[in-house]
Ligand binder design. Structure first.
Ligand code: PHB
Length: 389
C-alpha cells in the first residue's frame, strides 16, 4: 500500500468508527418522566421514591444500559382528575422514553391506560391498583411495589390466626382503600373471621371522629385501616387519642406506619402491620442500601424508597439486555420477566402480570422502627385476576 492509500484506509476506518459511535450516541440521553406526588398528603412518599430511584442511578455512575439519564418531573398532586393530562404531557410533549409513577391508585390507572395506548414503558413504583396488573396488564407495564391485595390478604390471615373473630374496616374511599379492605376480608374470612362493617372517608379527608365513635360503640375484636402519608399520621394519632388502641387493636398494611413513626410517636407503639419491607431485616443487601441512602439523603429509607430503588433496578435490567434501546419492547420485557431482582426487601421475581412475587413480613412498631417479627406469607403472588397477556 502507498502512504496515500494507507492514509485513505485509516480515514475510512476512522469514519466508520465515528458512524458506529454516532449510531450509539444518537440514542442520546434516556428521558425518564417522574410522575409523582410532590405536594399533598402523599408528598413525602413521592420524594422517597425519587430518592431511591436516583440512588440506584448514581450507583451505576449516572447511566443505565449505557445511557445517561435525564429527568422530567411532574407533580401529579394525587389528583385523578388531572392524571390523563399530566401523563399525556410526558408522553406527547416531552417525548419521554419511560414513565416512573405513581403513588395514588386512581392516578396510576389513568397512567396505565395512556401507557397501554401509546406503548410507552411504565414502571409503577407504588400504587397498588389491582387493575394495573389485572385487566390492564400489558407487556410495557411493570410494578416494583405490590398490589393492594397482597399486604391486605396477609393481614387478614394474621388477624384470623390471632383469634380475632370480628373486624370493622375504616379507609379512604378510593381504589386503594376498597381493594385493601377486599384483600383483608378475603384472608380474614377464609380464616373464620367476619367483617362487620366497612366505613370510609373521602380521600384525602382526615375527619375521623364520628367514625371512631361508631367503632367504640360496636366493639369489634379488631379494626383494619388503609391510610398512608400525612393521613396515616393523623389517623393513628386520633385512634390512640380516642383510647381505642387499648382494647381494639388497629391493623393495617404497613403504609399505616411506614415513614410516619417520627410523627406518630407514642400513638403507634406496638402496632402490627404487614408489608413487603421491614426494619431490622439485617441482611448485607439491606444494610448496604440503608447506609448508602442515609449517606446520600441524610435520612433513613422507608418502603417507598425501596420501591423507587427497585424501579431503577428493573429499568437497568431491561436496558442492559437491549443495549439501551428501550424500543425493543419484547427483549426489554423478557429480561425483567426472567430476572431475580436483588431488592433490599429480599430478592423477588416478577409474576406473569409483571407484579412482584414477594415475601410479606409481619412487623411490630417499636420506637421508631417497624421491626420484623416474621414472614407472614412467603412468596406471595397477586392472583392477577383478569390479566390476559
Ligand atoms: C395507592 O393509592 O395505591 C396507595 C397509596 C399510598 C400507599 C399505598 C398505596 O402507601
Amino acid at each position: 500500500m502507498t502512504p496515500r492509500t494507507t492514509a485513505r484506509s485509516t480515514l475510512t476506518a476512522l469514519a466508520l468508527a465515528c458512524i458506529a459511535t454516532l449510531g450509539h450516541a444518537q440514542q442520546g440521553k434516556l428521558k425518564v418522566g417522574l410522575m409523582l406526588p410532590f405536594s399533598g398528603t402523599y408528598a413525602a412518599l413521592g420524594t422517597a421514591i425519587e430518592n431511591g430511584f436516583k440512588l440506584h442511578v448514581e450507583e451505576q455512575g449516572g447511566k443505565l444500559g449505557g445511557r445517561e439519564i435525564e429527568y422530567i418531573k411532574v407533580d401529579d398532586e394525587s389528583d385523578p382528575a388531572k392524571a390523563t393530562d399530566n401523563v399525556n404531557k410526558l408522553i406527547k410533549r416531552d417525548n419521554v422514553d419511560v414513565i416512573v409513577g405513581t403513588v395514588h391508585s386512581g392516578v396510576a390507572m389513568a397512567m396505565a391506560k395512556a401507557a397501554k395506548e401509546s406503548g410507552t414503558v411504565l414502571i409503577v413504583p407504588n400504587a397498588g391498583a389491582d387493575a394495573v396488573t389485572g385487566p390492564m396488564c400489558a407487556q410495557n407495564i411493570f410494578r416494583s411495589s405490590f398490589s393492594n391485595w397482597q399486604p391486605a390478604y396477609a393481614m387478614g390471615e394474621v388477624a384470623a390466626k390471632q383469634g380475632k373473630k370480628t373486624a370493622m374496616t375504616l379507609t379512604w374511599k378510593y381504589a386503594a382503600g376498597d381493594e385493601s379492605v377486599a384483600g383483608f376480608k378475603e384472608g380474614f374470612e377464609k380464616g373464620g373471621g367476619k367483617v362487620l362493617k366497612q366505613l370510609t372517608v373521602p380521600f384525602p379527608n382526615v375527619e375521623f371522629q364520628a367514625l371512631l365513635t361508631e367503632i367504640a360503640a360496636a366493639k369489634p375484636d379488631a379494626v383494619y385501616s388503609f391510610f398512608a402519608g400525612g393521613g396515616a399520621v393523623k389517623f393513628v394519632k386520633d385512634y390512640a387519642a380516642a383510647g381505642l388502641n387499648k382494647n381494639i387493636p388497629l391493623y393495617g398494611p404497613g403504609f399505616l406506619t411506614d415513614g410516619t413513626l417520627e410523627a406518630q410517636g407514642e400513638s403507634a407503639q406496638g402496632m402490627l402491620t404487614t408489608l413487603h419491607y421491614a426494619d431490622g431485616l439485617n441482611t448485607p443487601r439491606d444494610n448496604k442500601f440503608r447506609a448508602d441512602y442515609d449517606k446520600m439523603f441524610k435520612m433513613q429509607p422507608d418502603v417507598y424508597a425501596v420501591q423507587g430503588y427497585d424501579a431503577a433496578q428493573m429499568l437497568a435490567i431491561g436496558l442492559n439486555a437491549t443495549k439501551g434501546d428501550i424500543t425493543k419492547k419484547a427483549d426489554f420485557a423478557a429480561a425483567i420477566e426472567k430476572a431475580k431482582i436483588d431488592s433490599p426487601r429480599g430478592a423477588f421475581t416478577m409474576g406473569k402480570s409483571h407484579n412482584p412475587v414477594q415475601d410479606i413480613y409481619l412487623r411490630k412498631v417499636e420506637g421508631k422502627e417497624n421491626k420484623v417479627v416474621n414472614v407472614a406469607v412467603k412468596g406471595l403472588a397477586d392472583p392477577a385476576r383478569g390479566c390476559k397477556m
